[in-house]
Structure formats: structure tokens, C-alpha cells
Design a protein around this ligand. Sequence first.
Ligand code: SF4
Length: 362
Amino acid sequence: MRYIYDLTMEELQTTLMPLNAPKFRAGQIFTALHQGGPVVEISNVPKDMRTWLAENFNCDLPEIITEQVSRDGTKKYLLAYRHRDDQGQTGDAQPDLIECVLLNQNYGNTLCVSTQVGCRMGCRFCASGKNGLVRNLTAGEILAEVLLINRLNTTPAARGVTNIVLMGSGEPLDNYDNVMKFLRLVTAPTGINISARNISLSTSGLVPQIKKFADENMQVNLCISMHAPNDELRQQIMPVAKRYTIRELVDAAKYYFEKTHRRVIFEYSLMMKDGVPFNCAVNQARELANLVRGFPAHINLINLNPLHFDSNAVLTPPSREIAMAFMDAVIKSGVSCTMRKNKGDDIDGACGQLRLRHMEQN
Ligand code: SF4
């Protein structure tokens, strides 16, 4: 059974043809669906049409398994979708679990969404990739994360989603077609209508897909997980670095800027290994700055969440002094750089932690 939230307005129009529905019905249904209410309650559409949709499509939003609320107001949700195999068939298998995180910021509410169940990229500091990829989410399933959180957070005290980051479990560009369709759905003027400039897509660095994404010219912010200033170090923590060099990655980032005129953000988690700087020494800050200087790029430093780990060694965050010295050295080398404030670190705030913990306990 098809998932109703996968449908674009044009696809809805085609779907309604056997019912001889006037064209405007598709628009009414599309808008109402994106407001997140149940299909059977779309009041401006005839009852028999609502019933037909409910009987012929899967109209369920994901189920909430767990909700955690941090001291700073960050909310983390563990969500379940029915399992589907590669042919799209559902069965009795365990549900597919994903996470999303709602962060309150002074400029709005940012929802960090997942794009895949699990992830095949295997970054050593990430819990999401620990058990590999289970499956891609469809465009509608990614959208439904936003719709569900909007439904839960639209009181005057809790605003709905205004910004989106594709930074939850999964490599968005490894699920390219579904993610592109999601971006078109979520920015549709007759739907939630979130501006592309309020959306950030984070990639581990799939070079060909970054260039293809640039050619879509969507005005979405591109974030690249860099985490090391050279290939040798990056290969130790990100298997994708064995496929594409840092030079190729930076060239793809420049191409993205040339096509979209959007400043590219390089994410860089500061890590200590066995008590000494792994990627956060001052000379590594200069090496990093040298790589990205010369085009509008920004380095976003992240103090490694203490719950991150790899299998051989504990990676820990550096002291504030080491972190500030790193940031200073990047700025003095002529590159824009800021430190991201950790949010939700009193809950399972790091990507994949909540899902992994749930899977280990059940
Ligand atoms: S950091 Fe992102 S790309 Fe890497 S394993 Fe985790 S979810 Fe996948």
C-alpha cells in the first residue's frame, strides 16, 4: 500500500482521476495532509473521498516509542515505522526505528530529521552507523517526521518546526532521490512551505552526489562532515575518506558554492584520543584553514559529545583551552569559525544513541 505522504500534488491529481474529482481537490488534500491532521478529518473534502483515501493508502504518521526532554528544552524522539523490505513489502518484522531531535533556538525551532534507518557509512564516532543500513526512508516518511513533530508542538508555548537539518541517522546523499523529493515536498508553497534557506543538508562527503546536488540549485545549506585536516587522519575515522580525497571534497564544496552562492559549512568535531589531541592541535587548525581558505566557507566546531565512541579507543572532547586555541588558530589563518553550543547533552543527544540503546535493551 502506498504511503500517502509520498505523493506530490501532481501525483495526487493523477491518483484522484478515477474518482472524477475536480482538480482543486488535490490541492485541498495536499494542504490538509501537510497540516498533519488525520485524512478522515479533512473537513473541506467529501466524506466518500476521504474514506477512499484512508482505505487505499497508508496514512499513518510514525509511532512515538520514546520522548526525552532535556533541561535546555531539546526534545528527542525515538520513532517507529512499519518495516518494509527492498520491494516495499511490509511484514511481521521488528519496526524500523529512527530518531529526530527538536531544538529550540531564539530564531525558531529546528528539527533534525533522519533520512535512513541506520547508515552504511560507518563513521567510527557515530552510533547510527554501528549496525549498518536497514533501509532508505521514503520522501513521505522523512516528511512525516516533520508533520508529527508539528502536530505535537503547535501550542502558543511550543511553536512548530521552522528550520530543518538533515543530520539525523543516515547519509542523505546516499538516499538521493527520496531526499530530493522530500526537499521539494517540504518547500512546496501549498504545503508546509519551509524556505530552502532554512534547511541544511549534512553529508559525510559523497563527492559525485554533492556535485549533482549543486546542479539541482535548491538554495539548501550544505554542511560537510570534515573532522580531520588531512586524508590520513580522516581515513581513520570516516571510511568514506578512502573513496574521496579531501582535495576532491573541497573542490566539490567550491562547486556547490559556485552553483548556489550558498556559503558551505564544514563540521568539525574536536576529539582527543588517549588524552592527547587527535584532530585538535593548533598545527592541525592551520592545516584545516589552509584547505578551505579562498572561498566562502565556514568551520563549525563541535565539542565531541562525551557519549561518542569507537571500538578501539575512547574519543573524548578536549578541554575548553584546547578548543579555544584551535578556534583562534583557524580564525587567525583567515577562515570564519565558530563553536557550536552542545544542546541536549543530558539526554541521549548524540546521533543514534537513543535508537542503539533501545535496540540493545529489547
Ligand atoms: S555520522 Fe552520519 S554518515 Fe556517518 S555513520 Fe553517522 S549517520 Fe552515517
